[in-house]
Design a protein around this ligand. Sequence first.
Ligand code: ZN
Length: 319
Amino acid sequence: MRQKRAKTYKRVMALYIQTFNFRQPFQILVSHDLLLEGAKSDLNMHKQFLTVVQGECKPMITQCCMEALYKLGKDVQRTTDLAKTFERRKCNHREALEPDECLKDVIGSTNKHRYVLASSSSALRVALQVIPGLPIIHFNPRGVLVLSPPSTATIRAKNKLEEERRVEGSKEMEGVVDGENVVGAPTVAAGSSAATAGSRKKAKGVNPLSVKKKKKAPPVTSASAQKGRDGEGKKRRRDENDDQEEGAIEAPAEGGLGVDEEGGQETVSVDRDSLKKKKRKRSKKSAVKDAIAALEAEAKEEADARAGLQAGSSGSDEE
Ligand SMILES: [Zn+2]
């Protein structure tokens, strides 16, 4: 269970690394309220952060959050001392703002400094969900520090970037195929659709299956007297076929349809290889999707637990 969660976090953090250029050590902007909550259970916060972001991290605290801790006085001295060990994020708010307002301002509308937000304020977390590429850490009702599932804004930005990269890739391919300068390849208005149409056409052109079938119709002869002459003819035809089959292997075969008595075996195995590669690619992608789904399921459970607590019933006490 623990192991599984670590894997999930790693995959979700990989999303932020690949799409939003996050780098280790991850800068964790820690709100004072999250530290106070952690102090209740006497948790080693640094270790907790390490576990959730699955990598090196640098906890930071803003001047205003620090101010909020000072205001609470000696009662929270240990938390204040811990916060003092974090890197101080100079927010330059001359008069200390409410911590939530300060954090909103520091993160800005695009999270350009690539912070990971660690906060216990659900109002703040909800308000900042509109910012793409902002990982959020919080305590769930069982007191476990967790990574929130990526927000809709984050997923949208990720999908958009992937699409852009795909179109860029197919444009380059076009440049290569047409023998044009790749860099100066003409920008096609509907790049993606044009590219797919082109590749489909090409596949049609080299479709080896129709060609093969026509040419391969060895005359069935029962007369043994004709065997010699026929055999020769057969052989010549076979050579021709071999050439075509070689072409077929090099060409991007569309599926595993080409099962024939001769040579067909080879074609199929090549198809299987490419299918395997495709599958591997797909499973890598779906791994991230699965990880996100896992976090979302957890978040739903959490919401249900909260609802349960509000209704007065005691939540489940696993783990
Ligand atoms: Zn501030």
